[in-house]
Design a protein around this ligand. Structure first.
Ligand code: IVH
Length: 700
């Protein structure tokens, strides 16, 4: 125990108190009080104490923010406050007219607060006895999902506040633009915008993964069990700030005259712009212009009546309060309705939900189909049939559903993919984020495989299009791609409309010619998941330049050998091996080989990157000046087609010996292995273009 404390409890208490203060200063106030090192030191001490004495671990301990690997499921919980939406204005004239109307309704002067409308996800934080007890998504406004474990990882969400009264706080969880770009680059399924990535993150099953995403929050409404003392919105905001919440300092406060505004804003202790109603128009203009230079995305502004008593008398409609109004920016977006959600089964069996929307023009073209990627994406959007949605082609040309604008009241809520394949009725299975039809004979998959096999990307079979493939498939002549090479086209097609003598001859020629296609194309055409042109090149360049070699890797389940190749990640390696162990795949390969397709790289075929170490086996030992850690040297070898091993055997061809190489040197000498020192190695590498380091796979 630390000598300054009488009990461990006291020390824990003090650590929590200090860490909370430092976190607040760092994450909320943007004014760090201590160095990272000092902070880490205290944090580690607290972790150590809690690990050793679990009974001391408190719910509001800062260590609880790192998340856990346990499943966070998201049970539905009922909101204790109505989580309403906002009415919208699309011009400053409309907004000003609303303010005027409002003043008229209450027949007195009002104060108007204008906040940024953060483009994030709406979350309600519930506090009881000073502790954060629940964080709930907006859901349908009455019932949302409990995402507490995930929200706790957001550093700017206080886990404890200094008041015991029950409090509900509404805020917007968002991801700063910069973090979005960095993370999205590494995603399997890129998100359309920071908002959707934030929403996807909040629904991650493991809170430890949520903790890796630097989500932030701005809060903008507080509902106390009894809020007699608080008379206006400015005070709500400053009170929330005093509890340690992040409130957005970019706001404006307006009354009839600027002087009153300034005084009120100052009294509340808030930063922001104070002005008169006459200045609202220019405030909106300035804000619209400055929008793109903000570090986070906003999709508009929100004007709110300041006086709570007036809010009460203005009241609510079913959807929105009458005391607030959103001002929406224009954007390359459109509104439409989801008329159906279809399920497409791809050649690898992956099942993709596709929204069929009422056709609408966005950024110059008519959109009617939009991929929804997977069930997680649908859940994140809380999307159901008949919902009105906002769609976009922001940045990307690919259309995306941005959000649900209005739920279809008659729908069953969020759409769920069916449990069985819509084509072959086989029960679907889940692999990671995606859903698959496991039946490799599923007609949709067979058809997809054949279409892919003949396509430009793969075998590029001349005079053979998807229509021809479709006719043969419907005739029941094709169970798998190899059948292309055994079909008697004359017999099969002579009675088919549109297939004359000449066309059939061209088809036959195309098929015959395709036997000359490179091994690389054959490898791609097999339809191994994740193995496209680039992947095939990487494998071949790394020395796996024949079917036999690849099958050997699969047979011996040698995932290590694949992962040792610089550009092959764990996930792809597993997929390649699984595919090459599959009996249907093996049969396909055998049949294609039997009809004469190339099963190895032609000797003369040029490689796309310098492969000077192809076929060599290198052992790397000792330490190096230019390669620290030593794995950097191993990367250089694999990048140029060599293989690396950790010990010297009869198969080793080279030993790269750094300083302190030790016993491996002797072993190498005994076996007559070429010994290379660092200088020689560097000159061997010279003038070889170094490839950009491969980014690690994002761990979602
Ligand atoms: S006030 C009852 N203030 O916009 C009033 N909402 O379209 C509640 N939003 O669901 C909303 N920034 O998720 C308010 N400063 C802000 C906001 C804000 C973003 C979101 C919120 C709401 C949606 C309404």
């Amino acid at each position: 125990m630390n000598a300054h404390y009488d009990t461990l409890e006291e020390e824990v208490e003090d650590l929590i108190e200090q860490l909370r203060r430092y976190q607040q200063a760092y994450y909320v106030d943007n004014r760090p009080l201590v160095s990272d090192l000092a902070y880490d030191h205290l944090f580690d001490r607290l972790v150590a104490l809690e690990t050793e004495h679990p009974q001391l671990r408190r719910q509001d301990s800062p260590t609880q923010r790192v998340g856990s690997d346990l499943d966070s499921s998201f049970p539905e919980v009922r909101h204790t406050i109505p989580v309403l939406s906002l009415d919208k204005a699309y011009s400053d004239a409309q907004l000003l007219a609303w303010i005027e109307k409002t003043e008229h309704k209450v027949s007195q002067d009002v104060g108007i607060v204008i906040e940024e409308k953060i483009d994030g996800i709406s979350i309600v934080l519930y506090y009881e006895e000073g502790l954060l007890v629940r964080a709930v998504t907006r859901g349908n406004g009455t019932v949302g999902n409990d995402v507490t474990a995930n929200v706790k990882t957001i550093r700017s969400v206080p886990l404890r506040i200094p008041v015991a009264r029950k409090l509900a706080v509404r805020g917007e969880v968002y991801l700063p633009r910069q973090s979005f770009s960095a993370l999205n680059e590494q995603m399997d399924v890129p998100y359309a915008n920071p908002r959707n990535l934030a929403a996807g993150t909040i629904r991650r099953i493991k809170s430890s993964e949520v903790a890796k995403v630097p989500l932030q929050i701005f809060v903008y409404e507080g509902f106390w069990e009894d809020d007699r003392q608080i008379g206006n919105h400015l005070l709500i905001l400053s009170t929330l700030a005093s509890y340690g919440f992040c409130i957005n300092p970019n706001m404006g406060y307006f009354t009839r005259d600027a002087q009153t505004s300034r005084a009120n804003l100052e009294r509340a202790g808030l930063k922001g712009f104070a002005g008169s109603f006459a200045e609202i128009g220019s405030y909106i203009k300035a804000h619209t212009a400055a929008r793109s230079s903000l570090p986070y995305e906003i999709d508009g502004l929100v004007a709110k009546v300041d006086e709570l008593a007036l809010r009460e008398s203005l009241g609510y409609t079913e959807h929105h309060p009458r005391w607030a109004m959103a001002y929406k920016f224009e954007s390359p977006q459109a509104q439409t309705v989801v008329q159906a959600i279809d399920i497409q089964v791809g050649r690898t069996g992956r099942v993709t939900p596709v929204a069929r929307v009422k056709p609408v023009q966005v950024a110059g073209s008519i959109i009617s189909n939009i991929t929804l990627h997977n069930q997680d994406y649908i859940d994140m959007l809380e999307l159901g049939l008949g919902d009105s949605v906002e769609i976009s082609r922001r940045g990307d040309v690919i259309p995306a559903v941005e959000r649900v604008i209005e739920k279809n009241e008659q729908s069953d809520g969020t759409y769920h993919m069916p449990p069985t394949c819509p084509v072959c009725s086989t029960p679907l299975v889940q692999k990671g984020a995606h859903t698959f039809c496991p039946n490799v004979q599923c007609p949709a998959q067979v058809k997809g495989r054949i279409e892919f096999f003949i396509s430009k990307e793969a075998m590029d079979i001349e005079n053979f299009g998807p229509e021809t493939a479709s006719v043969l498939f419907e005739l029941g002549l094709m169970q798998d791609v190899q059948d292309l090479y055994t079909i008697d086209y004359r017999k099969a097609l002579c009675d088919q409309p549109g297939f004359g003598e000449k066309k059939i001859r061209l088809i036959e020629e195309g098929i015959e010619k395709s036997k000359n296609q490179s091994f690389k194309r054959v490898l791609v055409a097999l339809g191994i998941p994740e193995l496209g042109k680039k992947g095939a090149e990487i494998l071949i360049n790394a020395g796996l330049d024949s079917m036999d070699k690849l099958l050997e890797v699969a047979r011996s389940n040698d995932i290590e050998q694949l992962v040792a190749i610089k550009q092959v990640g764990m996930k792809s390696a597993r997929m390649y091996i699984d595919a090459l162990q599959d009996p249907v795949m093996l049969k396909r390969i055998e049949a294609l080989s039997a009809v004469g397709l190339k099963m190895e790289q032609d000797a003369g075929e040029p490689m796309s990157i310098d492969q000077r170490f192809a076929g060599q086996v290198w052992c790397v030992t000792g330490s190096f000046t230019h390669f620290n850690p030593r794995s950097l040297a191993m990367d250089e070898v694999t990048r140029r087609g060599g293989r690396t091993v950790s010990s010297i055997t009869g198969k080793t061809t080279h030993l790269l010996a750094g300083s302190g190489a030790g016993s491996k040197l002797d072993a190498a000498r005994n076996l007559n292995i070429t010994i290379v020192d660092e200088q020689t190695f560097l000159s061997m590498l010279e003038q070889t273009p170094t490839e950009e380091e491969k980014q690690g796979e994002f761990s979602f």
